[in-house]
Design a binder for this molecule. Structure first.
Ligand SMILES: Nc1ncnc2c1ncn2[C@@H]1O[C@H](COP(=O)(O)OP(=O)(O)OP(=O)(O)O)[C@@H](O)[C@H]1O
Ligand SMILES: Nc1ccn([C@H]2C[C@H](O)[C@@H](COP(=O)(O)O)O2)c(=O)n1
Ligand SMILES: [Mg+2]
Length: 208
């Protein structure tokens, strides 16, 4: 079967026609509920969920030559170089067989954003931004119990700092292009999902 990336570039009457996948970036602070809401969106709307953090953790487990570097960056709450993360995303897109994706936790900084645009020429249909107070996010992360090494108070504080300094400017970039759909994520999971559904079923969202 033809993959999305193979289908992306086709010869039509001697000219190159591009068929790009639909991409929605899912952003928000650590513990704002991105993964939780993506699982709901997948069930209701048929997207493939690609979490950049999950792909990086799988890369560590695979014994890749980049594993130690990725592990050290994650433990410090830092952002892994775009080249590594984008390759993982491209591979996952190619292997999925789908043509619509929730890309969760990416782009995390300006370098991620510019490199993705440059390499893939893909613009997100929109950006879902889960907004939540640090106090609530910290509470959620400390009780997540999924065995994540970075869910300790020292690393959580570093991740909050990186979110404020490096990720918020990316959200501002897309906000100035009217691409951000901001969701109040401090409410119970079901209520948050009602707001998410309203975005996905809105007549104004042409690409969805
Ligand atoms: N609206 C909510 N209310 C209460 N708890 C929530 C809510 N959404 C998610 N949680 C819980 O908070 C924790 C973090 O959620 P989740 O893993 O979805 O966040 P995330 O944004 O993907 O975090 P990270 O950036 O660290 O990957 C999980 O234990 C999840 O069950
Ligand atoms: N674009 C990304 C996404 C994630 N990482 C690293 C750094 C994060 O602290 C960690 C965990 O991500 P999460 O699962 O919380 O979304 O993964 C990165 O370097 N670049
Ligand atoms: Mg997550």
């Amino acid at each position: 079967m033809e993959t999305v990336l193979e289908a992306a570039t086709k010869e039509v009457n001697g000219t190159v026609a591009e068929k790009k996948p639909t991409v929605i970036f899912v952003l928000g602070g650590p513990g704002s509920g991105k993964g939780t809401q993506c699982a709901n969106i997948v069930q209701h709307f048929g997207y493939t969920h690609l979490s950049a953090g999950d792909l990086l953790r799988a890369e560590i487990k695979s014994g890749s030559e980049n594993g130690t570097m990725i592990q050290n960056m994650i433990n410090e709450g830092k952002i892994v170089p775009s080249e590594v993360t984008i390759k993982l995303l491209q591979r996952a897109i190619a292997e999925s067989g789908n043509d619509k994706f929730l890309i969760d936790g990416f782009p995390r900084n300006e370098e991620n954003r510019a490199a993705f645009e440059d390499v893939t020429k893909i613009e997100p249909a929109f950006v879902l931004f889960f907004h939540c107070s640090e106090e609530e996010m910290e509470r959620r992360l400390l009780s997540r119990n999924q065995g994540r090494e970075d869910d300790n108070i020292e690393t959580i504080r570093k991740r909050f700092k990186v979110f404020l300094e490096s990720s918020l400017p990316v959200i501002e970039h897309y906000n100035s292009r009217e691409k951000v759909r901001k969701i109040d994520a401090a409410r119970p999971i079901e209520e948050v999902f009602e707001s998410v559904k309203a975005v996905f079923t809105s007549k104004d969202e042409k690409a969805v």
